[in-house]
Design a protein around this ligand. Sequence first.
Ligand SMILES: Nc1ncnc2c1ncn2[C@@H]1O[C@H](COP(=O)(O)OP(=O)(O)OP(=O)(O)O)[C@@H](O)[C@H]1O
Ligand SMILES: O=C(O)C1=C[C@@H](O)[C@@H](O)[C@H](O)C1
Length: 319
Amino acid sequence: MPRGRASAPAAGTILNALATGVGSAFAIDADTTATVELDVSTGGDTAERAATGSDAGVGDGVTGAITGEVAGVPDADTRLVERCVELVAAAADVSLDAAHVRTESEIPMAAGLKSSSAAANATVLATFDALGVRVTDDPTDEGATADAISRVDACLLGVQAARDAGVTVTGAFDDASASMLGGLTVTDNEQDTVLHRDTPVWEVAVWTPPEQAFSADADVERCRAVAPMADLAADLALGGQYGRAMTVNGLAFCAALEFPTDPLVTAMSDVTGVSLSGTGPSVVAVGDETGVETVADRWAARAGETWLTTTKTDGGRQG
Ligand SMILES: Nc1ncnc2c1ncn2[C@@H]1O[C@H](COP(=O)(O)OP(=O)(O)OP(=O)(O)O)[C@@H](O)[C@H]1O
Ligand SMILES: O=C(O)C1=C[C@@H](O)[C@@H](O)[C@H](O)C1
């Protein structure tokens, strides 16, 4: 039974795309790993098997059950990662009799740290790994050939799966591209295009409060109301002023989504940038070691987890 494995990093937010469709994120050093086992069909007529399979999946050429499992979270919603396996099988033109995907994650779920993008990217890459298809950095490798797929095309399969599973508002290509490519990206999530890439190197402090906030439940109308501030943050990010973009975004989206601004106000004089990450509740600060450690000490008095990490300039990897 072909088996594949891959990992992809979490990310923090520079600009939330829920206001205008333009978003920006950067990869951080905390991973989700996916292990995929495939039962590949060896013969017979796919359409006939698909019509008769009692557990048929929604993907073409999938005749049996695709099951998912999240280590340590028995009641997790696994539709996103199951859909990733289906879409990769369809892109690689492979028929599956069954498949199982298991994720293990250092990233808290629904905390604003792009757990969904990391899980989707890791699963897409692990499924291609099981099929012997390697991911390449060559953007001219369009679509999945017998042995290669470009990173961006692999990422777009995960974005499609997130849309199909209903875990995203815009598709979150900003989060997904930062996780898959590494470094920082600015994207247009309506066109699924990368507008800008860079690899800033920062120390990172993260405060993750004890609650969850699912992106699909975010108040989109309130986010759209802060579009003028999102436009300003986009201009700053596209001009390379990432820290200022992040702090403008943080103040605007804490206000829109009714998270406290105090963790940002008490951090901003010590760091390059600080923001609510994603749709919250986590807050992320970037800067030099002294600055982020000062902020982390201050945040440690709050309920939840405060932790230190770094930016990551490489993204998802197979094996
Ligand atoms: N490790 C994982 N394995 C499988 N599915 C996951 C995993 N992590 C997240 N998911 C899926 O993503 C959903 C959470 O998506 P959501 O966008 O709300 O969280 P997030 O990506 O952490 O937040 P944000 O988009 O604000 O950064 C979960 O309900 C689950 O379906
Ligand atoms: O679901 C979505 O479309 C998004 C969720 C958040 O992570 C945002 O930060 C991101 O820009 C878009």
